[in-house]
Design a protein around this ligand. Structure first.
Ligand SMILES: Cc1cc2nc3c(=O)[nH]c(=O)nc-3n(C[C@H](O)[C@H](O)[C@H](O)COP(=O)(O)OP(=O)(O)OC[C@H]3O[C@@H](n4cnc5c(N)ncnc54)[C@H](O)[C@@H]3O)c2cc1C
Length: 342
């Protein structure tokens, strides 16, 4: 295990260096890294593929990369399979591999950048599905170097949230996610609850479990999701970005009424309502706007793009301006989705 200074790759293409970084290729490495961080009095934090972080130029502490990308079949019956996947596995590769095996459920989450280990952190979600619906447990190494298998019920999964996300900002070492166990279906049961996805197949939206005569296959759903995403979202290779920069605000009934009066359309969510942050940003006049090398993507204003040599500070200042203007116009505070890592 070699600890050394390292450039940190990230999809926003920000210049960032870790003072100390290390690859974890075994359980022993993970234990040694935690031991090292504790002894040196520094904080440990894992990173994946850098697609949901704003990295400051110098990242302190010990940055760890879990390299295990294995996929192990734990059990199989007529209905489902259980697979345990190393945190270092690329997410989209996993989606493709499971579909080719006839293991279904991840199709709506096609083409989300990043690693399997990061997926539970913010409970990745897209097109009507959240990964929490498919997770059985998460294997975590704790600060005391004990490995524990956390059942999904204990992970406090919510909208772009989990118990792990809360722990990223606490003073103690951040959790090290080693692997994730998924339960996937062996029978296709597609979820077309997201209107835009259902419309792709000229269908009305419906949940998984609905019996319909003519349904697309999970593979067709994955292809449709990919096509919709490619049309709407900038490719980070060409236009560096971190996906949605802001979460969709969860609001109460009074706020929903107030917004409706201003022709903003909140929608039912859980016990309250959610409103599209993209709509608020658009209405506040930010869609397609640029300041130097930072801008709001013209086709999806939730996405902030680094058009050149922007720094983390440039991005955060721009994001703050957007937040302030939405707060002034709609009295709603937007929350950042990516983690800021310094
Ligand atoms: C173009 C684009 C589109 C996107 N679309 C979506 C979308 O539709 N839905 C969605 O939910 N997200 C989306 N994202 C965000 C991003 O893809 C996900 O959040 C992804 O899970 C991040 O994975 P990563 O490996 O890049 O994590 P990183 O960005 O490297 O890390 C993210 C967080 O996870 C922590 N972390 C990473 N690995 C571990 C580990 N092994 N143990 C403990 N902590 C860890 C990090 O400390 C950090 O806080 C998008 C991003 C981009 C660039």
């Amino acid at each position: 295990m070699t600890i050394a200074q390292r450039h940190l790759p990230n999809t926003l293409n920000l210049a960032a260096t870790a003072v100390a970084a290390v690859d974890l290729t075994s359980l022993a490495d993970a234990k040694e890294a935690i031991f090292h961080a504790e002894n040196a009095g520094i904080r440990l934090r894992c990173l994946g593929e850098g697609s949901n972080v704003v990295l400051m130029p110098k990242v302190a502490g010990l940055v760890c990369y879990v390299k295990d990308a294995s996929v192990a079949l734990l059990s199989r019956d007529d209905e489902s399979v259980r697979i345990k996947v190393g945190a270092g596995k690329n997410w989209h590769e996993l989606v493709e591999e499971t579909l080719s095996q006839g293991w279904f459920g991840l199709e709506n989450l096609s083409l989300i950048p990043g690693s399997v280990g990061a997926a539970p952190i913010q409970n990745i979600g897209a097109y009507g599905v959240e990964v929490a619906q498919l997770i059985e447990s998460v294997t975590v190494m704790e600060a005391n170097q004990i490995v524990c298998e956390m059942p999904a019920e204990d992970c406090a999964f919510g909208y772009r949230d989990s118990i792990f996300k809360a722990r990223l900002t606490s003073a103690a070492n951040a959790p090290v996610i080693l692997s994730v166990t998924f339960r996937l279906n062996r029978r296709p049961d597609v979820n077309l609850s997201y209107a835009e996805l259902a419309a792709f197949f000229e269908l009305e939206p419906f949940q998984a479990g609905t019996s319909k005569s003519k349904l697309p296959s999970p593979g067709q759903v994955a292809n449709a999701v990919a096509a919709i995403r490619l049309a709407k979202l900038p490719d980070p290779q060409e236009y560096p970005n971190a996906g949605s920069f802001f979460k969709n605000p969860v609001i109460d009934a009074d706020t929903a009424l107030r917004l409706e009066a201003r022709s903003v359309r909140p929608y039912k969510f859980d016990k309250g309502y959610k409103v599209s942050a993209a709509q608020l940003i658009d209405r506040a006049g930010w869609k397609g706007k640029r300041r130097g090398d930072v801008g709001c993507w013209p086709h999806q204003p939730l996405v902030l793009v680094n058009y050149g040599q922007a720094s983390a500070s440039n991005l955060l200042e721009f994001a703050q301006e957007v937040r302030q203007s939405v707060a002034e116009q709609f009295q709603i505070q937007l929350e950042l989705e990516p983690s800021v890592v310094s």
